[in-house]
Ligand binder design. Structure first.
Ligand code: AMP
Ligand code: MN
Ligand code: MN
Ligand code: MN
Length: 276
């Protein structure tokens, strides 16, 4: 089983259309796949059809932006029904405000000598409601303001950096509930990316468990190999099931290609086993 249960298409901030991401997943050896666009399920029908035509098993997915203790946390929902009205409405409310935030990011960039970034970023967006920092990063690399999208996040747009604009996303309890009502399981995405204190992490994991959350990502393209070990230990300590996904966005932009991550530690229970 080569499960890759986290990646993006042009429906959010990925470079390729859902069917093209499917082709890349298949070429990378993926046998169980999920497309998990940010706050949007508009790519699910295309992804599922493409996966099945290629002989891959498919789980409908989404990655929901949440604000918890003043920071952004991403919650992946797997095995969701993309037509569930509660989920669809919740995601629409989550997306609401991205355009205004994009304009505010553009104004911050203007102040540090980077003009017209909002209009520039919009050229990279398929769906203007989904404008994200990644689209700004691609524009800034194109214009030579930074060497790579990672460089843009490190210097300008990463959480707390000079042109970062704080934003209030959904509540953790709401995101988990929408996923559950849609028939899915909630998974804390790339926990190694959040700058919480140990006490805050314990509170986050405890609250997630109280809400019925059962799994975290352990092996993800957003973790270092050391973090694979660290969050495998967290999974053992809290009794979490584990997930695995590349978080692939674009060719050359992420550290890993679809399907290329190491397997989960063999003592951890994969979250996807319940659906096989
Ligand atoms: P947004 O939803 O607009 O806040 O953008 C979030 C997206 O930006 C994430 O899904 C990643 O694709 C990317 N991103 C956020 N933080 C970083 C970071 N520190 N390094 C690289 N990419 C990041
Ligand atoms: Mn992204
Ligand atoms: Mn994420
Ligand atoms: Mn992601």
């Amino acid at each position: 089983m080569n499960a890759d249960l986290h990646c993006h298409s042009t429906v959010s901030d990925g470079q390729f259309a859902p069917a093209e991401v499917a082709r890349r997943a298949h070429a990378g050896g993926v046998t169980l796949w999920s497309l998990t666009d940010h706050d949007e399920v508009g790519g699910q029908a295309e992804a599922r059809a493409a996966a099945e035509a290629l002989g891959m098993s498919y789980l409908c997915g989404v990655e929901i932006s949440v604000t918890w203790a003043s920071r952004t946390v991403h919650i992946v929902g797997l095995h969701i029904d993309p037509e569930c009205q509660t989920l669809v409405d919740g995601l629409a409310r989550t997306r609401d405000g991205r355009a205004a935030r994009g304009e505010a990011i553009g104004e911050q960039l203007e102040k540090v000598g980077i003009p017209d970034a909002f209009a520039g970023a919009l050229r990279y967006v398929s769906n203007p409601d989904m404008i994200s920092r990644t689209h700004f990063a691609r524009y800034m690399v194109e214009k030579g303001y930074a060497e790579s999208t990672q460089d843009v996040f490190d210097r300008y747009l990463g959480d707390g950096k000079s042109c970062y604009v704080a934003h209030r996303w959904s509540k953790l309890a709401d995101a988990v509930k929408w996923i559950q009502i849609a028939g899915g399981e909630a998974v804390i995405a790339h926990p190694g990316r959040y700058a919480y204190t140990p006490l805050e992490f314990d509170a986050l994991f405890g609250e997630f468990i109280d809400l019925g959350g059962k799994a975290i990502e352990v092996v993800t393209g957003s973790h270092t190999p050391e973090q694979y070990r660290e969050y495998a230990d967290v999974a053992r300590r809290f009794g979490f099931e584990a997930s695995r996904g590349s978080d692939f966005h674009a060719a050359g932009e992420t550290r890993v290609e679809l399907g290329s991550l190491p397997p989960l530690p063999s003592d951890l229970k994969p979250v996807w086993e319940r659906w096989l």
